[in-house]
Design a protein around this ligand. Structure first.
Ligand SMILES: [Zn+2]
Length: 392
């Protein structure tokens, strides 16, 4: 996006590494100069920085850091049952515990070498991420399936649209098509376009979602009845999730979490809408979904980023573990790293991040190691955002 994201950072600096992941390839011996938060130059220097691996800042493109308190609490279960347990656990926590949980999520993220995070926020304020030093989008989540209450739900979310900073951006995120009305999607998509902030949603994640949109029945209908939620005359669109949002005019430029179930037509629709997809490999495995269509999406030209999702479904907030999981599912290390850097930046709406190149943001993940093979296993020795060290 905006020039600001590659500026406003620390002073001048030089980084030397034995290996750097530059432009999607491994380069031996690199020296990177940066100034005021942006990369000035990248050059090969034989014998530079032995024992250091320099990666573009790793991006966790889908997280719910305020749910960090869920670590180890929830076991795999059919999604509606799992979501019910999540809501029960969340209801036990007060605002202060939620803020502390978010801060713990930030600390863990930095420790794992994350430089940028796309975070869905429901209860927490923006402050913790805005002040963290991480590059972040705080996507304010909205909920409300009753069409008549869309205005109220949208107003609540819009109340969190604070001014962006050099490293932090607010965003808007209707939760999912089974929990938000078409009206709410439209209000927030239009508001995000007006405010020029990123727009995200969960989409085509579940078979139950596909059924609910097709017939209005199934496990989600039962769950909403059990919770006593007013659906206020919501009618199933009788469409698949991707087609539904595209026809509602709210898919353009969206960042879509999951997209686990896609037809060939869905893939083409996502590409035409210039949407980005976030695949969360370990959460995907937690729920036992069939193989993710990441390869088909990439072939069609849809960027696929990586995310952890919350600790309610992921064993850790470690993006490198997601990269490893992607390599175990047929992607090369370079492909998976590209997903977690270049495509991650794209999913967060950042044009000048996710790459080690002149003019891009001076965001780096620094790892100890002698060769590219150590990139996922070596100790994280530093995270830099806009030319500044971020400390946990
Ligand atoms: Zn999520």
């Amino acid at each position: 996006m905006k020039r600001g994201e590659a500026r406003g950072g620390g002073g001048m600096g030089v980084l030397a590494a034995g290996w750097g992941f530059v432009g999607g390839r491994w380069v031996e011996g690199v020296e990177v100069r940066h100034e005021r938060g942006a990369i000035l130059s990248v050059r090969r220097v034989r014998g530079a920085g032995r024992g250091v691996i320099l990666l573009p800042g790793l991006v966790n493109a889908h997280a719910h850091l305020e749910l960090t308190f869920l670590a180890g609490e929830l076991r795999p279960a059919p999604f509606p049952e799992w979501a019910g347990r999540l809501m029960e656990e969340r209801a036990k926590r007060g605002p202060r515990e939620i803020e502390e949980s978010l801060r713990e999520g930030i600390r863990l993220s930095v420790g794992h070498g994350t430089a940028a995070v796309g975070d869905f926020a429901w209860q927490s304020r923006n402050d913790a991420l805005r002040q963290s030093g991480l590059r972040a989008v705080s996507w304010r989540e909205a909920l409300g399936i009753a069409p008549g209450r869309a205005g109220e739900a949208a107003r609540r979310a819009l109340g969190f649209l604070e001014r962006r900073t050099a490293t932090w951006t607010p965003g808007l995120a209707p939760h999912a098509p089974y929990s938000c009305s078409r009206e709410l999607y439209r209000l927030l998509h239009a508001a995000a376009a007006r405010a020029r902030v990123p727009f995200a949603t969960h989409l085509s994640e579940l078979q139950e979602e596909i059924e609910y949109l097709r017939t209005g029945g199934g496990a989600f209908a039962a769950m909403l009845r059990r919770l006593g939620r007013d659906t206020g005359g919501w009618r199933p669109p009788g469409r698949r999730p991707v087609a539904y949002l595209a026809e509602a005019g709210v898919l353009r430029g969206a960042t879509v979490a999951h997209a686990n179930y896609l037809t060939a037509r869905d893939v083409a629709t996502l590409r035409r809408a210039r949407a980005a997809v976030v695949w969360c490999p370990r959460t995907h495995a937690f729920f036992g979904h069939p193989a993710h269509p990441a390869r088909r999406l990439l072939r069609a030209g849809v960027p696929v980023a990586l995310g952890t999702d919350s600790l309610g479904s992921s064993p850790s907030l470690d993006v490198r573990a997601e990269i490893r999981a992607a390599t175990e599912r047929g992607f090369t290390l370079d492909e998976a790293l590209t997903m977690a850097t270049k495509h991650g930046a794209r999913a967060l709406g950042l044009r000048r991040a996710g790459r080690i190149a002149p003019g891009c943001a001076a965001d780096f993940t620094i790892v100890a190691g002698e060769s590219p093979a150590d990139a996922l296993a070596g100790a994280v020795t530093g995270v830099m955002v806009a030319g500044r060290r971020v400390t946990a």
